[in-house]
Design a protein around this ligand. Structure first.
Ligand SMILES: Nc1ncnc2c1ncn2[C@@H]1O[C@H](COP(=O)(O)OP(=O)(O)O)[C@@H](O)[C@H]1O
Ligand SMILES: [Mg+2]
Length: 241
């Protein structure tokens, strides 16, 4: 086979298998790894053969326009939804059945707090679901609210909070059980840009160096706050490690 043809062939073949999602990196075990992960809704291919691994300490922006498949991917990574193709596992976290709320936490775009509960009670909820003593859970919730500069609104109901405050409470709730993976779906999507930057400040400051963050956004300015940007378009993860 002529050299040029051989190289072309090798390039083609390696493109078929690249990138292999590695389960380890520099001795660390992936929190989640996916190979050719796909999700179809009827005839709509919402996610097409995504391969990726996420490791402790990663902070990744999933950047793409509306409908590009960001939420679909996040839901799969958090075990909220089942893929229709490919493989998905959580090598460092165990079975998908016991991911939440101690290992994986979500922050959604808006209105995810429980309306009849105060901010403090909303933040304590993950610990209560894990069987914590209610008084201890409330004390821990108060401490997390304090670190996010939210002590003053601890007793307020969600409807009494501004959009930015409500999203910071949602971040506090995501952080309280010290999850290893935080999946945030356009958490700044309904905030003005100054409030969005403040939310990013408190979220990034509160993250432990061992916690990975994956955040869907369509905002380049928000995406640039994270260490890595993966672009999504029409269900395809275009840039990944
Ligand atoms: N539950 C669903 N049923 C049918 N189609 C869906 C559903 N969820 C998402 N889709 C479709 O999948 C594609 C990707 O959606 P989504 O992951 O929500 O994108 P993004 O979060 O980037 O806006 C879109 O075409 C959307 O209409
Ligand atoms: Mg979405």
């Amino acid at each position: 086979m002529p050299e040029a043809e051989r190289i072309e062939r090798l390039t083609f073949e390696s493109a078929q298998v690249w990138p292999q999602a590695a389960e380890t990196r520099r001795g660390e075990v992936a929190l989640v790894t996916a190979q050719n992960l796909s999700r179809e809704y009827g005839k709509v291919a919402a996610l097409k053969r995504a391969s990726l691994s996420i490791f402790p300490g990663d902070s990744i922006a999933l950047l793409g326009t509306s409908g590009s498949g960001k939420s679909t991917l996040l839901h799969l990574l958090g075990g909220l939804d089942q893929p229709t193709g490919g493989e998905l596992s959580w090598p460092a976290l165990g079975d998908s059945a016991d991911l939440r709320p101690s290992k994986v936490a979500f922050v959604f775009q808006a209105q995810s707090l429980m309306p009849p509960l105060t901010a403090l009670e909303n933040v304590a909820l993950p610990l209560l679901l894990l069987g914590a003593n209610p008084e201890a859970a409330k004390q821990q919730a108060a401490a997390v609210l304090d670190t996010l500069e939210l002590s003053a609104i601890a007793g307020q109901l969600p409807e009494e909070l501004s959009g930015g405050q409500a999203q910071r409470v949602a971040v506090a709730r995501a952080l309280i059980a010290k999850p290893q993976l935080i999946l945030a779906d356009e958490p700044t999507g309904q905030l003005d840009s100054a409030t969005a930057q403040h939310l990013m400040d408190v979220l990034l400051a509160a993250l432990s160096p061992q916690t990975a963050l994956v955040m869907a956004t369509h905002d380049e300015t928000v995406a640039r706050r994270l260490n890595t940007v993966w672009r999504m378009k029409d269900g395809v993860l275009e840039e990944h490690p």
